[in-house]
Write a protein that binds this ligand. Structure first.
Ligand SMILES: NC(=O)c1ccc[n+]([C@@H]2O[C@H](COP(=O)([O-])OP(=O)(O)OC[C@H]3O[C@@H](n4cnc5c(N)ncnc54)[C@H](O)[C@@H]3O)[C@@H](O)[C@H]2O)c1
Length: 443
């Protein structure tokens, strides 16, 4: 017991005095952010990633994540506070290890823990007494205790005595200029009391505060609930959008009116579907786990069904609009404006634009796209590589329709509207900018 107190107190003190070394496994959107945040807080940090290109970019001070400035990366790297490698050896010297690897779904939409298990195996191999391991990847309730803990305990080290284990979900919202890792409170689910002490010391150092819960499972479920809440509410407004389309009503006006009530409603807006590494995937992790308890999560299925249908709805609506002009979709020249999954990010993972382009191509349309943040787009089906088309007057005039799928700030929508014969705006960006014309339609 004396040793326990000693190890956790020593580690907490190393954290508080910033002597502690932090290793981040997986340097993507979340991991590079965590590495920068830790380095900013005064720790020396090593980012470990399988991808040598990402490692080389970090070492060159070149950011590949929109919310992280290359200048800051350069400063941290040249000050020796942040380095990157493909080698796991630095785990041996690390006091704190953050696991930030992807948690995708298989083709059949069940949790794919391949990346997580390989990361855990590496962490387990290098685990030493006095180390804090924090899982940050989004996952189903039970993962920390059912997957991570047994692997880390396999060689005899005891959690809460020799090493410390917590789950602390990352809550960042890429492209959000108001909220970022530095001003968000962290949820922390510790395995033991000593894990709580050490985990709190670390996350208090890199965030705006720590909300401690009773177990890793609680923190895992809290994170999934946050994202399911979004998925369900987005599905709700999307279904109202489909209803409004049938009733020839303006869904945006309806929601805007509802939003004037100061209580009892939080506003979500409809759109062409959901994308990114979180909202389309995370609820499926919960649905899968709930089946172990004989509970089919109907809200998850409903949200998946409605949000997953939106790209098809958008293509159907565009087809109807073209038909009113005696044009079939087959052979129509369509420009997709914005392919990233949301405004002002470069991420196309799970983006609705991917399915929309696929449906347009399958219908025989001639598709081009413009996205200032996504110069090249690869589609799996049909296997296609496309380049973002520069916007030019003649090119716009030669189109049959433009389809706004992502409302990036850097696009001149008024100019597009001026030159295209038909525009379907799935984000209502034209209305927000006061652009109104008879050939502009909204979702
Ligand atoms: N992207 C977001 O906005 C966001 C927000 C909150 C939470 N999350 C969650 O965070 C986790 C990571 O997501 P992301 O968007 O940062 O993923 P990402 O794909 O951007 O980055 C993951 C990185 O991990 C690396 N990697 C994979 N396996 C590895 C291993 N065994 N060892 C070392 N490196 C490895 C990959 O090469 C990649 O660079 C996921 O669970 C995700 O659900 C993501």
């Amino acid at each position: 017991m004396a040793l326990t107190t000693n190890l956790s107190a020593q580690l907490a003190s190393r954290i508080e005095s910033r002597v502690a070394h932090v290793a981040v496994v997986g340097a993507g959107y979340v991991g590079l952010g965590a590495a920068v945040q830790s380095a900013r807080a005064g720790f020396s940090v090593t980012a470990i990633d399988l991808n040598p290109e990402r490692v080389a970019k970090i070492e060159a001070g070149e950011s590949y994540i929109g919310d992280i400035a290359s200048l800051e990366l350069q400063q941290l790297v040249s000050a020796g506070r942040l380095r990157a490698t493909t080698d796991y050896a630095p785990l041996r010297e690390a006091d704190v290890v953050l696991i930030c690897v992807p948690t995708p779904l298989t083709r059949n939409r069940v949790p794919d823990l391949t990346w997580l298990r390989s990361a855990i195996a590496q962490v387990a191999q290098h685990l030493h007494p006095g180390q804090l391991v924090a899982l940050e990847s989004t996952t189903y309730p039970g993962t920390t205790e059912e997957e991570v803990l047994p692997a880390l305990s396999a060689r005899g080290l005891k959690v809460g005595e020799d090493f410390f284990l917590v789950f602390s979900p990352e809550r960042i919202d890429p492209g959000n200029g108001t909220f970022h890792a530095g001003n968000l409170v962290r949820v922390l689910g510790p395995v033991t009391e000593a894990c709580r002490e050490v985990g709190t010391a670390f996350y208090a150092a890199i965030s705006a505060g720590v909300k401690v819960v009773s177990s890793p499972r609680t923190a895992e479920l809290a994170k999934l609930f946050e994202n399911l809440y979004r998925a369900v509410n987005i599905a709700l407004v999307n279904e109202i959008a489909i209803l409004c389309d049938r009733m020839h009503m303006d869904v945006w006006e309806v929601i805007d009116a509802s939003a004037s009530k100061p209580f009892g409603i939080q506003v979500f807006w409809p759109g062409p579907g959901v994308g990114g590494h979180c909202i389309p995937l995370d609820p499926a992790y919960l649905k899968w786990k709930a089946m172990e308890y004989d509970l089919p999560l109907r809200f998850v299925s409903l949200a998946e069904e409605i949000n997953g249908y939106m790209p098809d709805f958008v293509v159907q609506k565009l087809t109807r609009l073209l038909n009113t002009r005696h044009l079939p979709l087959r052979g129509a020249r369509v420009l997709v404006v914005g392919v990233a999954y949301k405004r002002d990010v470069a991420d196309v993972r799970e983006a609705p634009a991917l399915r929309i382009i696929r449906l347009l191509l399958e219908a025989g349309a001639h598709v081009t796209y413009h996205d200032p943040l996504v110069p090249i787009l690869s589609l799996d089906e049909p296997p296609t590589v496309m380049e973002s088309a520069p916007l030019a007057t003649e090119r716009l005039q030669a189109l049959d329709a433009a389809l706004v799928v992502t409302d990036h700030t850097a696009v001149d929508y008024a100019w597009i509207v001026q030159h295209v014969p038909l525009l379907l705006d799935t984000r209502a960006v034209t209305a927000r900018q006061g652009i109104c014309a008879p050939h502009v339609y909204r979702l």
